[in-house]
Design a protein. Structure first.
Ligand code: BGC
Length: 838
């Protein structure tokens, strides 16, 4: 299709067509107007991979490590490459827009979506997001920064009012967006669900028009988060271009009425339409046809990049006595709940069906030349493990039959509408469609056959958005249809898991049936959560065992083994959209297991997979510890590359790891109370707080060791003279000479901090203002340059003037890197200036 003449097209559109264009038509598409050659635009999540248009039974995609893992690389060049591959993955899925990156701020380790954002610091997060977005947009695909702004918790995320000072808004929560926009003006921005200081962001003119468009000079498209539009006129007037998803709840006839009655001027609606048409023009060169088929890429070079990113995100937290790297020739005991599962991404809209996954056990086994033994040690699942891959269909395939009916099982004459064959016993039906299914009310029987390998009592569990009954050989084992309680699964829409049990015999085959009714069959109270479509199901099972039995077997194996590695952590069940964690702890039983394995073998290496910090009561006993995040589909290989030294770890923490949850500055204020959350720690988020009150962390922001050592010396600092025209920028350029003094190649990350002089307002002791990563062979020396922008590096937000204040005075610069040692310098700001803009 040719580029549209936007002004002429607006003049030719009827009012009805204009209104059609400013809301989605379904979950992932905008409206088309064929008469004027306006095509539909396809959007797809998300931050760590491009899922395509189907949550349920979708086409698999590449899964990158989660954003905190990407944040830990501190590597803008690598993020640029990640963005490029994301762009190519989007094109393969026929998608014009990627709904990412997510760049909210981790106020607390408990945030259910903390794993989805890069860092607790706006300079780190914004730089990474900017380069990642450049990579996406170089491929012609539109990037979408989200969620603008202050969607930093999941509890009552639609309803909560984030109450914060203007300083905190500017200096902390807008800062990732501010920096990202300086580097890459993304084509789209998605609004946050919540209110900011009394007004929902999707109808907040100050945020959407005054700051984003006028002050920052940005002219892209603003879309709502999914079901995050709450008004007709207010949202249009405030600057929300598109309501997503469709079918519209607030626009359509209501907007026609608002325009007819002059509540919304047509020229204001025209501005919303203009931004939609500009997006259509932006993505037109992609040449993606409407209703494009969704394809897979999964090329060897992509797999190599995913593996590289996974390995380069692993943080070496401790390594006393150089326990790591392991020796490939020696045997190894692999222990722990995360060894044989691939915790490859967090839960919610960031999740996707990956092309394939590599578990840590497979990663280690693939590289070890010695014997590899395994012991479970503990389980990390929250709900019982999915059982789908242990079932067989009546025709012998792995999995089960999914049969959709118009009526419940009690009606013998019901019609079979659709039959599918599935393997995963978890499905969220939000975008499942079939021509014979006319409403959200339908019934599904899922049937498979299970042959246990061991005798014992088996526990079965059912979680639903809807209702569900699980039967074993016709006997009702779990009834999740009555007295349902809201839990954490399915974006907070799912019930708590209901369980039942049955004694089973090894070798005997049992028929398992889940009788599922969609969401309208349930009367659960879902206030405060986003309701996503017709519902979802999850059923699992496991042989009952005791914690003691599992731990003693692990301890016995560890005590005799040459090398031991323990894989523990969280999964997408614990860290997920729609639900904040209640505490910072590992799943029940894990700490006890790690502690006793370390008593049995003090050289055991512990690998933690989690998107955000966890408590580690056993940490003083560990000599060697890795933080490995949710590592994407190559996660297991990436971890094994670090364990065996194929890759020298170079990642640094993008978040502070507190000793206890109570130490976290948001501890008193991290939930919605009577509809509001007070950002009581103000600008003292993460390291800004721990530094200010001199409170030790378990591991600080920026921490990360290496298998080699570096020296840093000869800091030089130059600043350009201050100019009247601030738009031209005024770099502060710092150079440092770095030498790799060890015997293996490695990468060093330099962090540039600025310490302000004392002033009228309280300020953090130091703030990160720039960073640079450099790779060095053994003995190699390089001079590394780090550049920061003077006005941003020195300013605080003056609430009286509503401007940034860069105050006259002498500022100290510090450069840090791996291990101890701080290089210092100074620069002057000659006169105080107040400014606005990017
Ligand atoms: C999330 C967004 C996501 C959207 C579409 C929402 O629940 O907050 O980040 O892009 O769903 O999946």
């Amino acid at each position: 299709m040719p580029q549209l003449d936007v002004q002429k097209t607006i003049e030719e559109l009827t009012l009805g067509e204009k209104i059609d264009l400013v809301s989605g038509i379904d979950f992932w598409h905008t409206a088309s107007v064929p008469r004027l050659n306006i095509p539909s635009v396809r959007m797809s999540d998300g931050p760590n991979g491009v899922r395509g248009t189907r949550f349920f039974n979708g086409v698999p995609a590449a899964c990158f490590p989660c954003a905190t893992a990407l944040g830990a690389t501190w590597d803008t060049e690598l993020l640029h490459k990640v963005g490029q591959l994301m762009g190519e993955e989007a094109i393969a899925k026929g998608s014009h827009v990627i709904l990412g990156p997510t760049i909210n701020t981790q106020r607390s380790p408990l945030g259910g979506r903390g794993f989805e954002s890069f860092a607790e610091d706006g300079v780190l997060s914004g730089h990474l997001a900017g380069h990642y977005s450049i990579g996406i947009q170089e491929k012609g695909v539109a990037a979408c920064l989200k969620h603008f702004v202050c969607n930093d918790q999941e509890h009552e995320r639609l309803a909560v009012d984030s109450i914060l000072t203007e300083r905190a808004l500017r200096e902390i929560y807008l800062m990732p967006f501010h920096h990202a926009m300086r580097i890459c003006k993304t084509a789209c921005v998605m609004t946050a669900y919540n209110k900011v200081n009394g007004t929902h962001v999707s109808e907040n003119k100050k945020i959407l028009t005054d700051i984003l468009r006028k002050e920052w000079g940005w002219d892209g498209l603003v879309m709502s988060d999914w079901f995050g539009t709450y008004s007709t006129s207010e949202s249009v007037i405030a600057g929300l271009d598109i309501e997503m998803p469709g079918k519209t709840r607030w626009r359509g006839d209501a907007l026609a009425h608002a325009v007819s009655s002059n509540k919304v001027n047509e020229f204001v609606l025209d501005e919303r339409v203009r931004n939609v048409l500009n997006l259509v023009n932006y993505v037109e060169p992609l040449g993606i046809p409407e209703n494009a088929e969704e394809k897979i890429l999964n090329r060897p070079e992509d797999q190599a990049l995913l593996r590289r990113v996974a390995a380069e995100s692993v943080v070496l937290m401790k390594n006393e006595d150089n326990i790591l790297p392991f020796k490939k020739e020696k045997s190894i005991a692999v222990i722990g709940p995360n060894a044989k599962i691939a915790a490859y991404c967090g839960g919610g809209s960031a999740s996707l069906d990956a092309y394939y996954t590599v578990t840590p056990f497979e990663g280690v086994s693939g590289q070890s030349k010695g014997e590899v033994q395994f012991s479970q040690g503990a389980y990390s699942h929250k709900d019982l493990p999915l059982i789908g891959n242990l079932l067989k269909t009546d025709d012998g395939k792995t999995g089960f039959k999914f049969r959709v009916y118009d009526e419940p099982a009690s009606n013998a004459n019901r019609e079979l509408l659709h039959e599918l064959y599935l393997v995963s016993s978890q499905g969220f039906l939000m975008d499942y469609r079939h021509p014979k299914i006319k409403s959200f009310l339908y019934y599904v029987d899922m049937e498979g056959f299970f042959t246990p390998e061991e005798d014992g009592i088996y526990d079965f569990g059912v979680v639903v958005v809807g209702t569900g009954k699980l039967l074993v050989d016709g006997e009702l084992i779990v009834d999740n249809t009555k007295n349902q309680r809201l839990g954490s699964a399915f974006f907070g829409n799912g019930t708590v898991e209901e369980k039942g049990s049955k004694e089973l015999k090894a070798g005997q085959t049992y028929k398992i049936v889940l009788q599922f009714g969609t969401a309208p069959t349930s009367d659960i109270d879902t206030r405060g959560v986003v309701i996503f479509g017709p519902g979802g199901f999850r059923f699992g099972a496991a042989r009952r065992t005791t914690e003691e039995e599992l731990i003693s077997k692990a301890v016995e194996l560890a005590s005799k083994a040459d090398q031991v590695v323990v894989f523990a952590g969280l999964t997408s069940e614990w860290e997920t959209e729609g639900y904040d964690r209640p505490d910072m702890d590992l799943p029940p039983g894990t700490d006890e297991m790690i502690s006793r394995v370390l008593d049995a073998n003090p050289n055991a290496v512990v690998v933690i997979q989690s998107g955000t910090p966890v408590t580690m009561p056993w940490v003083s006993k560990t000599k060697s510890l890795l933080q490995a995040w949710f590592g994407g589909n190559e996660g297991g290989n990436g971890i094994a590359d670090v364990l065996y030294g194929n890759v020298n770890p170079s990642a640094k923490l993008p978040l502070s790891f507190p000793v206890r949850l109570q130490d976290n500055p948001s501890y008193l204020n991290f939930r919605s109370e009577r509809g509001r959350v007070l950002y009581g720690e103000d600008i003292y988020v993460g390291y800004r707080y721990y530094d200010k009150v001199n409170l030790p962390t378990l591991f600080p922001f920026g921490h990360g060791l290496s298998y080699t050592s570096f020296t840093r010396e000869s800091l030089t600092l130059t600043t350009t003279p201050e100019q009247a025209n601030l738009d031209d920028g005024e770099p502060i350029t710092v150079t440092v000479t770095v030498t790799n003094t060890g015997s293996v190649a490695g990468a060093e990350t330099l962090q540039l901090w600025v310490l302000p002089p004392p002033t009228e307002v309280n300020r953090p002791i130091r703030e990160l203002k720039g960073f640079a990563k450099v790779r060095l062979e053994p003995g190699e020396q390089k001079t590394v340059e780090i550049v920061a922008e003077k006005k941003l590096a020195t300013s605080w937000w003056d609430e009286k003037r509503e401007k940034w204040a860069s105050e006259k005075g002498e500022y100290e610069v510090q450069v840090t890197g791996t291990g101890e040692g701080v290089l210092k310098g100074k620069f002057e700001v000659e006169k105080t200036r107040y400014w606005n803009g990017l």
